[in-house]
Design a protein around this ligand. Structure first.
Ligand code: AMP
Length: 123
């Protein structure tokens, strides 16, 4: 299946500076900022700057440099946020069944409270 990237999504607008943001980290290929509707005391999003729809798209098509930069950015954020102590969760929603809202690849870093079991039963 091919991926179609819609450059009108909100994270694309943040990357182009059309919507203000307060980056926690800004590297050559990645950006991190706080989620606007936090689900935990710590809720940070890490995104690549390239036009990737979701993690599988990124993992298939991004360059080695982008993938290394993204992974290191995630590591830097985890260190800076101090999530190693009590633990954290990484979520990457992709597509309809995962209820992905923003079609630009992003990883959620969630921490700061007990996060419960991985999944709720399907409703
Ligand atoms: P997902 O369901 O994985 O696509 O999650 C998208 C996330 O983006 C949600 O948790 C939203 O709260 C968050 N979000 C949407 N708009 C913004 C924004 N302008 N700044 C920061 N986070 C946002």
């Amino acid at each position: 299946m091919g991926y179609h990237y819609d450059d009108q999504n909100i994270f694309a607008k943040i990357l182009r500076g059309e919507i203000p943001s307060e980056p926690l980290l800004d590297t050559e290929h990645s950006l991190a900022f706080r989620d606007i509707r936090p689900q935990a005391p710590t809720h940070v999003l890490v995104i690549p700057k390239g036009p990737y729809v979701c993690y599988d798209h990124f993992a298939q098509d991004a360059s080695d440099a982008e993938i290394v930069d993204f992974t290191r950015a995630l590591g830097s954020m985890c260190k800076e946020l101090g999530v190693a102590g009590n633990g954290w969760r990484m979520i990457a929603n992709a597509g309809a069944d995962a209820v992905q809202e923003v079609p630009h690849m992003h990883v959620h870093i969630l921490a700061g409270r007990s996060l419960g079991r991985m999944l709720e039963p399907a409703s």
